[in-house]
Design a protein around this ligand. Structure first.
Ligand code: BG6
Length: 514
């Protein structure tokens, strides 16, 4: 340990925990973003900060400090934030909100190995405490590649920003990839924990900030009717799908050599699976929730033989909708013989009493038929159907589908009598849609997560144990694929390579067509 930051959580005097009407407003604080010129900052972080300000959830003296190599003055950086907000914010642009936010915008110019720049950053943080009453409370958002983490965290420690003598809190926010396998994840955790104690580290998995993902817990633990069915006695299998229709244009720098499984399964999809399969936590306190996720991830394993239970693909050029699109090998920045997969599907099992023998199929891919994320719990068929065999020809399995996006809600599928003089049963669906049931729209995941960082509430951030366990689950599959070499080609606009269909067909099942 080179430094010991204060970890006390600021308690908002306006916030009576018993009064649910009061919003959660962050206390005096500032946010430093490293990597302000990147896509994530422009499209997600800056707009989310504005949206929080617009909703009145930031403190009056809130300050935003950008750190980058560009030769910018405060005003130039302010203009960048302004443009990003105007283009990407969720809530309408209001001059008065913007002007208040703009008063607290600062920029520090420098590179990560520039001691002077970090000293100037420290000075800026201290000045803002005096001028704007931030109390010195500061979150450092590392929206930068992991190779830069050691340099930046050491610089923060060197210039005295990683801890505070004045009782101010200091937190660090890191973005995936948290390593590329178990060993590198351990190294990365050690680097970060060398400077910031674990309780000050906030690892972003933005899926946990999505309303519909948190709704998995509401659905399971606020209701009585699902729990009796939520086990191997009634569930045949679970399918978790995260499909995207976009390609990887412009993302080679990040994606080449990483691929779909590391990009999405190791984090978002295993977190969805953990929330679906875990036991009820004793409370939603961070330690209680994490304990359940750690337990279920610890019981999870990728099932082999991997040539039959996994699938791995790469999109080719072709037509998607009415548009001609290039294959991955023709996308700029990817090598002509790249073996990076853009589609990945894996079979998992949770080895405990609740789930023993139930396969959990997870799949993700780019340039698929449409953008959709869902968790589908597919139930066993009734053991006996007292109808003529022709009456139930169009009856599938009952299913409960949690629609994460874009059409947020929950669907229940079951059999119903077709109107008429004969007994014929066919699948019907019953739907809950957020848009129909609630008037307020869902906040963006980054709004929720940035606010939670400022409030010091770590429930929605995976701890390092979860990250390491997720790598432990995936590493054997990644090793197998690395030995296999080339992924199987698939057409844009399709639902992945033929091996994906075969992997389920072998067990008499099929992927849902969302
Ligand atoms: C990111 C992945 O974590 O999630 C991207 O790196 C992916 O490859 C993105 O496109 C999808 O996020 P969302 O919120 O649009 O589903």
């Amino acid at each position: 340990m080179t430094a010991q930051p204060a970890t006390r959580t600021w308690t908002n005097p306006l916030r009576d925990p018993l009064d649910k009407r009061l919003p959660r407003i962050a206390g005096p604080s500032s946010l430093v973003i490293f990597g302000v010129t990147g896509d994530l900052s422009r499209k997600k972080l800056m707009p989310a900060i504005y949206d929080l300000a617009h909703r009145g959830l930031l403190p009056p003296g809130f300050s935003l400090i950008g750190f980058a190599r560009r030769e910018w003055a405060d005003q130039d950086f302010g203009q960048q934030v302004h443009d990003a907000v105007a283009e990407h914010a969720r809530t309408p642009f209001r001059e008065s909100v913007w002007n208040r936010l703009a008063e607290g915008i600062r920029f520090v110019q420098g590179s990560f190995d520039d001691d002077d720049a970090f000293d100037r950053l420290a000075e800026t943080v201290h000045t803002l405490a005096e001028e704007r009453g931030t109390g010195g409370n500061t979150a450092f958002y590392l929206s930068i590649p992991p190779w830069a983490f050691p340099t930046v965290t050491k610089q923060l420690a060197r210039c005295g920003l990683a801890s505070s003598d004045e009782d101010a809190w200091r937190r660090v926010v890191i973005e995936k990839p948290f390593g590329h396998d178990l060993d590198s994840a351990r190294e990365l955790n050690a680097v970060v924990n060398d400077v910031f104690p674990e309780e000050s580290v906030f690892r972003i998995d933005h899926y946990l900030g999505k309303e519909t993902v948190q709704n998995i817990m509401a659905l399971r633990f606020a209701n009585q009717m699902f729990e009796p069915l939520w086990n191997a006695h009634y569930v045949d299998h679970v399918q978790i799908t995260m499909a995207e229709d976009i390609g990887l244009n412009g993302r080679a720098g990040y994606y080449e050599g990483i691929g779909a499984a590391r990009d999405v399964i190791q984090n978002h999809l295993l977190q969805l699976l953990a929330l679906t399969a875990m036991e009820e936590p004793v409370s939603f306190e961070p330690t209680a929730l994490r304990a359940e996720k750690v337990k279920v991830l610890g019981a999870m394993t990728a099932v082999g033989p991997f040539d039959e239970t996994t699938a791995r693909g790469q999109y080719t050029g072709g037509w998607q909708g009415g548009t001609k699109v290039p294959g991955l090998l023709q996308e700029q920045g990817f090598s002509k013989d790249s073996t990076t997969e853009t589609y990945a599907a894996v079979t998992l099992e949770v080895r405990n009493r609740r789930w023993g023998g139930v396969p959990f199929y997870v799949r993700t891919g780019k340039r698929l038929g449409r953008r959709v994320t869902e968790v589908a719990v597919v139930f066993k068929r009734a053991p006996h159907l007292p109808f003529d065999s022709t009456a139930t020809e169009e009856l599938g399995e009952n299913a409960l589908v949690i629609r994460v996006q874009p059409d947020e809600g929950v669907t229940m599928r079951f059999g119903s009598k077709v109107p008429g003089t004969t007994m014929e049963v066919r699948d019907v669906t019953m739907d809950f849609g957020y848009g129909h049931s609630f008037t307020e729209s869902s906040p963006e995941a980054y709004e929720r997560l940035i606010l939670d960082v400022l409030l010091g509430e770590p429930s929605l951030f995976p701890g390092n144990e979860e990250v390491e366990l997720s790598w432990r689950i995936l590493d054997p599959v990644l090793d197998y694929w690395a030995r296999e070499g080339t992924p199987e080609p698939y057409e844009p606009g399709s639902w992945g390579p033929p091996s994906a269909r075969a992997m389920l067909a072998r067990t008499g099942r099929h992927w849902r067509r969302p």
